[in-house]
Design a protein around this ligand. Structure first.
Ligand SMILES: [Zn+2]
Length: 559
């Protein structure tokens, strides 16, 4: 039954890592804690630079190579945790020409360092490894290595590892909270292939053994699940865009026989970048450029090298997630995955539990892109449309410290929480300032959901803490209860966290549009004369409404 369950889950949660976790791994609490917690063998050192060199062998689906892990010592310690997942094997670990002893605990290695580690030191451990990495069973959700063929039979290789973690194919501190300041990614493949990884291509070396090494360099902090191999028979075209922060280089890498269709469909990268720079601020990676890379899976937000597999169709594989028709006006993968350059890659959460900050804002960005292209009404209709996918099965924020995300609702519900907050703020200049301010305040940083929530409250001048708590930590949707009796409208919030006090825009018969401030206690409002019409809640607010005066009434207004 699992494949059926998986398909059902995918239809509801387009790009969630949650499915990968459900589908992929037999978890133990001990392994999840080692992976998801900044434990004692991790917290004392700060990753500064990863120098990754990997040889990729499609003939036998194996890889091998080394990663030079350069780090700053924050506090003296001698035991270091380095993550590399089974079935990969560590061959050796070396520091200052001395071979180190290590023990393995599942997907974590604990290495005992010989050189003294003093606070402030910058040191390097080099990890040599090899093996046949986990094969991605359903990329990008159940990730790992994909060994595919393009439709001409040429080998086409890709990695995907969101949620699962980069340690599925290379050794590192596999913790969202610690990004290196920069990284080299040198990938060796058969020389009939081209590898497109993140950042800028510094050199291509043709080796005597029939392979070629593509040396890529990422000049900025990068979250490790974004580091990727994309190797195949690629074509290339490029241009520059005059953006907010100067000239942005753009490189496009379709599979060679898709060059013409890519030149057409990928033109959407221009209005996308313009729209998101306007709403979110400068593209975060001018140093590394913007790239779209065709991949043998649906897509992933690989930093500065967005993976694309949407078949050059508008919508989500030709479908509209909002079921309004509006989602067919643009290419979902270009828009959603590129939005992660701001929310996900520029601003990265420290714990998988807070992943809504990536997915909620990226899903919200789909509505903003619709607004840029088709106007405000269409943008709102799109976001209201995706509400139909919300299940309210589990809270959006997951458990901390165990590398586990919350509900797949983090996409549509996260988007609708943000759309609702925009209504509360009720000032689009300020709202845009908040979205841009988040990217400025947390530029190239990792955050907690709490930091994001507090920033939005502070900059809006409204205490939104109970609203965040309601939508992110419970599965309850606020219910606006009202009754119209004679010349009195009575109203209150029900099904809410204590102290919930969200304002609400309501059409009141005889009074027109009113911004009410309901609380959990009944309040009243005088209407001019006995009214026959019904109250209507502004459906931009993600709430339910119930006329408690109507016999058997079950609810109207916002869904
Ligand atoms: Zn996403």
């Amino acid at each position: 039954m699992r494949p059926i369950a998986l398909v059902a889950a995918l239809a509801l949660c387009p790009l969630t890592g949650v499915v990968a976790q459900v589908a992929d791994t037999a978890h133990s609490p001990h392994a999840d804690t080692l992976r998801g917690t900044n434990g004692p063998a991790r917290a004392w050192w700060d990753a500064a630079f990863y120098d990754l060199h990997v040889r990729v062998n499609p003939a036998d689906s194996s890889i091998g190579g080394w990663n030079g892990i350069t780090y700053r010592v924050l506090q003296p310690s001698q035991e270091m945790q380095i993550d590399l997942q089974v079935p990969l094997e560590v061959d050796s670990m070396v520091q200052e020409r001395r071979t180190l002893a290590f023990r393995r605990d599942g997907n974590a290695f604990f290495v005992t360092l010989k050189a003294r580690q003093r606070a402030g030191d910058v040191k390097t451990v080099t990890v040599y490894y090899h093996g046949r990495p986990r094969i991605a069973r359903l990329p990008p959700w159940a990730g790992g290595f994909t060994w595919a063929k393009d439709s001409l039979g040429n080998t086409w290789i890709a990695t995907t590892c969101e949620g699962l973690g980069a340690s599925v194919w290379w050794p590192l501190k596999d913790l969202l909270a610690d990004e290196p300041d920069s990284q080299r990614i040198a990938i060796t493949v058969p020389d009939s292939m081209v590898d497109v990884s993140n950042g800028r291509l510094r050199s291509t070396t043709h080796n005597a053994d029939g392979t070629a090494t593509f040396e890529w360099f990422v000049a900025d902090p990068i979250n490790s699940y974004d580091v990727a191999v994309n190797a195949g028979r690629y074509a290339h075209f490029a241009d520059t865009l005059d953006g907010e922060a100067g000239k942005l280089t753009r490189d496009f890498w379709p599979i060679a026989y898709h060059l013409d269709v890519a030149k057409r469909e990928w033109q959407q990268a221009t209005p996308m970048l313009r729209c998101f720079e306007q709403w979110f601020g400068p593209y975060p990676w001018y140093a590394d450029g913007y790239k779209l890379v065709e991949a043998p899976h649906l897509g992933m937000e690989h930093q500065s090298a967005v993976a694309y597999g949407n078949r050059f169709l508008n919508g989500y594989l030709g479908r509209d997630l909002s079921r309004t028709g509006i989602g067919l006006q643009w290419d979902f993968i270009i828009v959603h995955e590129s939005a992660h350059e701001w929310f996900g890659n520029n601003i990265t959460v420290q714990d998988e539990a807070d992943m809504w900050v990536h997915e909620g804002f990226a899903a919200y960005a789909e509505g903003l892109y619709t607004e840029c292209q088709l106007g405000r009404t269409a943008g709102a209709a799109y976001l209201i449309g995706v509400r139909k996918s919300i299940r309210n099965d589990r809270p959006v924020i997951g458990p901390y410290g165990v590398n586990t995300g919350g509900s797949g609702d983090m996409y549509p519900k996260g988007a609708n929480l943000l759309h609702t907050i925009r209504q509360i703020v009720d000032d689009d200049t300020r709202w845009r300032g908040i979205l841009r301010g988040l990217n400025h305040e947390f530029w190239h940083r990792t955050v907690t959901s709490r930091q994001v929530e507090q920033y939005v409250s502070r900059e809006s001048g409204i205490d939104l803490s109970r609203i965040f708590a309601q939508y992110l930590t419970t599965t309850k949707i606020p219910e606006f209860d009202y009754k119209l009796e004679g010349t009195t409208l009575s109203y209150r919030w029900d099904n809410v966290v204590p102290g919930f006090d969200m304002p609400l825009e309501v059409q009141v018969p005889g009074l027109g549009t009113r911004r009410l401030h309901p609380t959990e206690s009944w309040q009243t409002l005088a209407v001019p004369s006995p009214q026959t019409g019904d109250v209507a809640v502004d459906e931009n607010f993600y709430v339910t409404a119930r006329n408690t005066g109507a016999p058997g009434a079950t609810g109207t207004g916002g869904r």
